[in-house]
Design a protein around this ligand. Structure first.
Ligand SMILES: NC(=O)c1ccc[n+]([C@@H]2O[C@H](COP(=O)([O-])OP(=O)(O)OC[C@H]3O[C@@H](n4cnc5c(N)ncnc54)[C@H](OP(=O)(O)O)[C@@H]3O)[C@@H](O)[C@H]2O)c1
Length: 382
């Protein structure tokens, strides 16, 4: 099968390549999945670059997240799962077989059925962002009637934090850095959106809610003052991202506010909590409470560009680095970049892939699927 892989850490252009490797077979309690969409998260490029290195067992196929169709099962797995559309989580955690390949193998609990009508793109967006959002929201207990502040509500984790909190019955206030992101947070379903860069953000949030019960925090050092201004003695501030420099903790102010600070790294979340997250996310999907992230599609053969785009920054950043990458013009980076695997498409040429256009869905598609598009100049053999 064709797979993107690396065997040492470093910049995308230096270490990532696409090669033929032997197609994996599912072991006991595993399923093999024909990948339709593979998604890039910050954790994928941080691991690949060596910023947060993980041991490499010969080679590493990157990407934790993806969606596809089960096409083989190992011992102990119900053969009725063959043909099931699934979304995947933590596919590459402690394993060689990330989703940036034609096939992957995962423990069967990490291949979660995708409800009818839910796109492969949405399925591929769930793993890291939605599972992280779930843990941030629910680790401290149920949410009905609570007020949740989502810092960075236009980010990938922020998007699903807004939607899962609303689904669970909370009121949601999101912070953003500008109007484009405000619109994204509103579309995600935030009840109130406040620009954290404008003066008196705390006052604007207090006008919507006197206090907040949970904070889903992406930048603790930058926002702790704001969070403490909104806290009460039962407030839980949950941090899931590390800023470039660790903040200095204002201990007296934290004591005075009587807040609980909590930290989350998905790789260490207990298995039962991950399974609960997958179950709740599936229930929210079935309720049509979750929507796709903005994304950009790349063929597997262009995985270097997909990683570079993701590293360049989130959607709406509007910077030149997002408009020009490595001298290539006008590829706005997605908050989560989707690598579309179109290797099986027979058409040698076709119109460029546009935003919002359906990707090849292996659950229903074939080489003649009219939704399938090749980018100009794309390798027809991939
Ligand atoms: N702990 C875990 O297990 C875990 C899981 C998932 C992700 N992460 C980490 O979390 C970070 C975000 O991941 P992501 O996929 O959600 O990235 P993303 O889609 O790029 O979103 C990041 C968001 O943070 C916002 N932001 C930055 N500084 C902010 C501030 N001071 N106040 C409020 N918002 C701010 C950004 O918006 P503006 O630029 O407009 O402010 C952006 O919308 C990454 O570092 C990732 O590695 C950790």
């Amino acid at each position: 099968m064709k797979a993107a892989l690396y065997d040492s850490h470093g910049p995308a252009a230096e270490v990532l390549r696409v090669e033929e490797v032997e197609r994996p077979e599912p072991g006991p309690s595993e399923v093999r999945v024909k990948v339709a969409v593979s998604a890039v998260n910050p954790t994928d490029f941080k691991t690949r670059s060596g910023a947060t290195p993980r041991p490499i067992d010969g080679f590493q196929i990157p990407h934790q997240d993806g969606a596809g169709v089960v096409d083989a099962v190992g011992d102990g797995v119900d053969p009725a799962r063959i043909g099931q559309r699934v979304w995947l989580w933590l596919a590459a955690a402690g394993r060689q077989w990330g989703t940036a390949a034609e096939w992957t193998v995962v423990p069967e609990r990490q291949a979660v059925p995708l409800p009818d009508g839910v796109s492969m793109e949405l399925g591929a967006s769930l793993g890291v962002p939605a599972m992280t959002a779930h843990r941030c929201l629910f680790a401290a207990g149920p949410l009905p009637g609570q007020t949740v502040l989502v810092a960075g509500g236009a980010g990938a984790v922020g998007h699903f934090a807004i939607q899962l909190a609303r689904w669970a019955g909370a009121q949601v206030i999101a912070t953003v850095s500008g109007p484009e992101k405000a619109e994204l947070a509103r579309q995600a379903g935030a009840d109130h959106v406040v620009n954290y860069r404008e003066p008196d953000a705390a006052g604007k949030i207090k006008a919507a809610a006197q206090r907040v019960d949970r904070v889903v925090e992406v930048a603790l050092g930058a926002n702790l003052g704001l969070d403490l201004a909104l806290a009460h003695p039962d407030t839980v501030i949950v941090t899931y991202a590390a800023e470039p420099a660790d903040p200095v903790l204002p201990v007296r102010a934290c004591m005075t506010a009587n807040v609980l600070l909590r930290f989350i790294l998905l790789y260490g979340v207990p298995a039962a909590a991950l399974d609960q997250a997958a179950a709740d996310i599936s229930a929210a999907l079935a309720d049509r409470a979750l929507t796709e992230l903005p994304s950009h599609r790349y063929p597997l053969s262009d995985i270097v560009s997909a990683h570079e785009a993701c590293e360049a920054g989130p959607v709406g950043a509007g910077s030149d680095r997002n408009r020009r990458q490595n001298g290539r013009p006008a590829r706005r980076a997605g908050r989560e970049t989707v690598v579309a695997l179109r290797h099986h498409v027979a058409h040698p040429a076709g119109p460029a892939c546009r935003d919002g256009e359906a990707l090849h869905d292996l659950g229903r598609g074939d080489a003649a699927d009219p939704h399938v598009r090749l980018a100009p100049g794309a390798d027809p053999a991939r």
